[in-house]
Write a protein that binds this ligand. Structure first.
Ligand code: PRP
Ligand code: URA
Length: 208
């Protein structure tokens, strides 16, 4: 069963509340997505391995550590794009591989339109970025793609999940830990998270 981590960081609680507010404009919305991603990435990477290194300080030698694995950030287009900047601030050495999916409005099934992954995996850890885990169709389809590609270790980092989306992930990908800022009440009849924040892509890019 996938581990589900819901942040209790006071800054996450505070920033998520402003993000949800329908009065929050796209500019502030994008800033908040970036800031929340930064904190959630710090929480999600807490268990990744490090290797010992020696560093020379102005005063002598010190024992230090460096991240052991190569990391790939995998934002799901379009809304996942907003999480990349914050994630890259924390993991500036990572590669970024985009997967393009949109939800068919009628069936709510994901439709893939972009994938430029190289033939063989170039990273040991993939971090899937997408603010909304609604039905879970987009996240599970992306993880299917990454597993077929040969990804060894996958983490999912999002902002708001629904109970249905979390269950879908746990059924299809029990090995993938899920990091979120909140799990909301339910999905409505057209697949939107309630209370959620509306359409994350539209709110970031001003296309509502
Ligand atoms: C949103 C969101 C997720 C997906 C979640 O994307 O960013 O990718 O819906 O829903 P699901 O869990 O039911 O699959 P959308 O399809 O609206 O595309 P966009 O990011 O281009 O706006
Ligand atoms: N996609 C969104 O952007 N918001 C939702 O509530 C569900 C899917």
């Amino acid at each position: 069963m996938s581990q589900v981590h819901v942040s209790t960081h006071p800054l996450v609680l505070h920033k998520l509340t402003i993000l949800r507010d329908q009065k929050t404009e796209p500019k502030r919305f994008r800033e908040l997505v970036r800031e929340l991603s930064l904190i959630l990435i710090a929480e999600a990477t807490a268990g990744l391995p490090v290797s010992p290194v020696t560093v020379t300080t102005p005063m002598g030698q010190a024992q230090g550590w460096e991240m052991k694995d190569r990391i790939g950030l995998v934002p799901i287009l379009r809304a996942g794009l907003g999480m990349v900047e914050g994630a890259l601030e924390m993991l500036p050495f990572s590669e970024v591989w985009h997967i393009g999916l949109y939800r068919d409005e009628r069936t709510l099934r994901p439709v893939q339109y972009y994938n430029k992954l190289p033939v063989n995996p170039t990273v040991q850890v993939c971090i899937v970025l997408d603010p909304m885990l609604a039905t879970g169709g987009s996240a599970t389809a992306t993880i299917d793609i990454l597993k077929k590609w040969g990804a060894e270790r996958i983490l999912y980092v999002g902002l708001i999940g629904s109970p249905e989306g979390v269950r879908h992930m746990q059924t299809d990908h029990p090995d993938v830990p899920i990091y979120l800022a909140a799990i909301d009440d339910h999905l409505n009849e057209v697949g939107y998270i309630v209370p959620g924040l509306g359409d994350a892509g539209d709110r970031q890019f001003g296309t509502a």
